[in-house]
Write a protein that binds this ligand. Structure first.
Ligand code: CP3
Length: 362
């Protein structure tokens, strides 16, 4: 299936808004717990042990990408890995998600964070090398990291949060400490992204999963500047950046100002409205509701087609879910979506060329 056009994989070409033979497709959290192969590995190893073993992380990444026949592999890792070399220990508790043992709450806590131990994350780059060794450039190789706001929120809240009270208290009451934290994170994340690019990642996705907790004013004042610095530093390494957040309908024009090559839309925003809000000069990734993967075939196919028709073959669309695939999702439905994306793209191309021929006849 991996048709190569000159100048890179279908996936990377779409990130750069170059013409492609078919819209590329991959899925947020494509290698997770809904997959029996992952569950089998997970029975033997903890999540962190999988992330820290380049051999196992590469195997999990490759298995998912091959089984789904997607156009890009995303390295198996977790958003929180950079916290450890910054001096913050955490654990994943079943059902509850990550728990940071000693959350940071003060300027002194922030000053104590380490920025010179990023080399300890080298296992992610080693895993990327293995995946690139396997796929070559037939599929995109996505490296990733968190955006500074989303990672800071885990460091301050100590885990997931509903109202982000501690994070916003720090932002509002001690903006100098917040700025220091943002700068510390950008230093570490830029270095982490560099390791991944040097190992062969040809795209970096930056997850700002919880940025929708911010008003547009607070986003502009407290998140946009340092996110922009991170994104532009990564682009200077020579790879496109996909910038993704959830609940971002009102934030899209501001997110666009980061200069990211592609913005990942959550599933609540109609793709055509989201693209319009972003304006020209930027690609769009998304944005099927991941829970639609539980729907019967007819409805699911209709949702896939709706998204492709809204994108209308414009250069720069990457098909994806609008947030991560959840456990229990039927794997065969995910595989069907990949098939349908390719079928519907071919149909739309045929319609377009028939339209052109008809147009010439008139
Ligand atoms: O599909 C893949 O390639 C998975 C790789 C991956 C993981 N985490 C492994 C993981 C990716 C891309 C992530 C990113 C991540 N991690 C995000 C951003 C993506 C998003 O959904 O917005 C966030 C917010 C995290 C932090 C995190 N890690 C949470 C909140 C949780 C618990 C909730 C959950 O989904 O289980 C994790 C645990 C985690 N990370 C799991 C996996 C496969 C599941 C737990 C396990 O296997 O034990």
């Amino acid at each position: 299936m991996e048709t190569m056009l000159s100048g890179g994989s279908r996936f990377v070409r779409a990130c750069l808004r170059q013409p492609v033979d078919c819209i590329p497709v991959w899925f947020l959290r494509q290698a997770g717990r809904y997959m029996p192969e992952y569950q089998a590995v997970r029975r033997e190893h903890s999540l962190l042990a999988i992330c820290k073993s380049p051999e196992i992380a590469a195997e999990v990444t490759i298995t998912a990408a091959e089984k789904l026949d997607v156009d890009a592999a995303i390295i198996f890792a977790d958003l929180l890995l950079p916290l450890e070399p910054m001096g913050l220990d955490f654990t994943f508790t079943a059902g509850e998600g990550p728990v940071v043992h000693r959350p940071i709450r003060s300027a002194a806590d922030i000053a104590a964070l380490c920025t010179d131990r990023t080399a300890e994350l080298g296992y992610v780059a080693q895993a990327i090398k293995r995946v690139v060794g396997h796929f070559g450039r037939s599929k995109g190789m996505i490296g990733f990291c968190g955006a500074p706001f989303t990672l800071a929120s885990y460091m301050i809240e100590g885990g997931g949060s509903k109202h982000y009270i501690e994070t916003k208290k720090l932002i509002y009451r001690d903006p100098g400490a917040w700025q220091a934290l943002m700068e510390t994170l950008v230093t570490v994340l830029t270095e982490f992204a560099r390791q991944q690019v040097e190992a062969g990642a040809d795209t970096i996705q930056i997850f700002d999963s919880w940025v929708g907790a911010l008003s547009v004013t607070d986003y502009r004042e407290f998140a946009l500047p340092m996110t922009t610095r991170l994104i532009q530093s990564v682009q200077a390494m020579g790879v496109p950046v996909i910038y993704f957040g959830v609940d971002t309908a009102m934030l899209l024009p501001a997110m666009r100002e980061t200069g990211a090559d592609v913005i990942g839309l959550d599933w609540r925003t109609p793709l055509d409205a989201g693209w319009k809000a972003l304006g020209p000069g930027c690609g769009v990734q998304g944005n099927l509701d991941p829970i639609a993967l539980f729907a019967p075939e007819k409805l699911l196919r209709a949702r896939v087609e709706e998204i492709l028709r809204q994108a209308d073959g414009r250069a720069g669309h990457i098909f994806n879910v609008g947030h991560g695939i959840v456990p229990e999702t039927p794997v065969e439905n995910v595989q069907s979506v990949v098939r349908w994306v390719r079928e519907i793209c071919a149909e739309m191309q045929a319609e377009r060329s028939a339209g052109m021929i008809a147009g010439r006849k008139i």
